[in-house]
Ligand binder design. Structure first.
Ligand SMILES: *[C@@H]1O[C@H](CO)[C@@H](O)[C@H](O)[C@H]1NC(C)=O
Ligand SMILES: *[C@@H]1O[C@H](CO)[C@@H](O)[C@H](O)[C@H]1NC(C)=O
Length: 345
């Protein structure tokens, strides 16, 4: 049996921290077409509310209406609703958000805000193909965008999760063959590699950013439950890339051997994007469904001169930044516990 993809409520809870000025994670005044963007998000939010009341068992209109579309509220106040069902609706809503952004806020495609939105997507949509997500993760050589490539962190951690699944299969195989000692050793070493890679990515991808801004503190708490302290010798005895198939994108730091912490908070840097990255029209695919996009022209921007000259856009709060990396990591640790328990049988 493979691990089920269970994500915490956290991902969607973050959506509700928006202030009146913000639309989702965005300051809509920064978008190419503010009014188109706002009405597109509104439509997606309405879709979410009706998706939940039409599809999720036990839903009553009065219950979900009282929550104004907030998934967190609905989860708390409408306990009969299926969490998986709501996640599916939330996933579909975030897919609509991406269409909104690609259409009328494409100048923010590499922003911290967009990457935080993708965090929610990955946090609520099961079995998704990361490579289908437009503009994500931002390329290493992007001259504009978030000061930390959070997408690359999440991407790496998601690959780590898949790799842990492969280890799980291998452990299952060894156990089936009665090779219990090797199964346990293999499971423990692989676990250390996965934990180390998932942690190291904060420091390796964004060395200048304060890792606590990115959720590394929470990750450390999770590590505490997974025998991380025993990983020093195990990591020096393993070649995580060659023996366990982990990506070479990051180092595999041992407990207590991490580089010095960065100090920066998250911000958008560089000149704003002035032409749609994928051209005026393009199509992206989500689970086999085509999403044709027609980017609104730059001339729609009410304040076009500001768009050309203003170097920085709004900065998401530390909390929204932290939100980006938490869900995938939690998923990974769900998987890790599975490997661990299995290996210890
Ligand atoms: C470095 O960051 C980690 C993760 O946020 C934190 O736990 C640790 O205390 C920090 N170290 C120092 C010396 O501030
Ligand atoms: C990582 O792996 C890729 C492909 O497997 C390889 O091309 C690249 O040189 C490796 N990078 C490092 C730093 O080892």
């Amino acid at each position: 049996m493979r691990f089920s993809m269970t994500f915490p409520v956290l991902a969607s809870a973050l959506l509700s921290i928006a202030t009146s000025k913000e639309v989702g994670y965005f300051d809509s005044s920064e978008c190419v077409d503010r009014s188109a963007f706002e009405s597109c998000y509104e439509k997606a939010d309405q879709y979410l509310a009706s998706c939940i009341s039409n599809n999720c068992v036990g839903g009553s209109d009065s219950c979900s209406d009282a929550c104004g579309g907030s998934v967190t509220c609905i989860q708390n106040k409408c306990p009969n609703l299926g969490v998986d069902c709501m996640k599916a609706c939330d996933c579909a809503k975030t897919v609509e958000y991406i269409d909104c952004i690609a259409t009328s806020c494409w100048n923010q495609a590499y922003s911290c805000e967009y990457q935080a939105t993708i965090n929610d997507l990955v946090g609520t949509c099961v079995n998704m193909d990361l490579d289908s997500i437009p503009f994500w993760p931002p390329p290493d050589d992007a001259t504009t965008g978030c000061s930390c490539n959070m997408g690359k962190i999440l991407y790496t951690q998601t690959i780590d999760t898949k790799n842990l699944d492969n280890c799980y299969d291998k452990v299952t195989e060894l156990n089936r063959a009665g090779d219990y000692d090797r199964a346990e050793a293999y499971g423990r070493q692989c676990l250390c590699c996965g934990q180390s890679s998932a942690m190291s990515t904060y420091w390796d991808v964004c060395p200048k950013t304060d890792p606590s801004t990115l959720g590394a503190d929470i990750a450390q708490v999770l590590l505490g439950h997974n025998d991380w302290d025993a990983c020093g010798p195990r990591l020096s005895n393993s070649d995580c890339v060659a023996d366990y198939g982990f990506s070479n994108v990051t180092n595999f730091y041992s407990p207590g051997k991490f580089p010095v912490n960065g100090t920066e908070t998250l911000s958008n840097t560089g000149s704003p994007i002035t032409a749609p990255i994928s051209g005026p029209t393009f199509t992206w695919t989500f689970k086999g469904n085509l999403h044709p996009i027609t980017a609104v022209p730059m001339s729609n921007k009410a304040d076009a001169t500001k768009a050309q000259s203003s170097g920085s856009t709004s900065t998401p709060t530390g909390e929204s930044g932290a939100g980006l990396v938490r869900p995938a990591l939690t998923l990974m640790f769900t998987a890790i516990s599975g490997v661990f328990v299995f290996a210890a049988i």
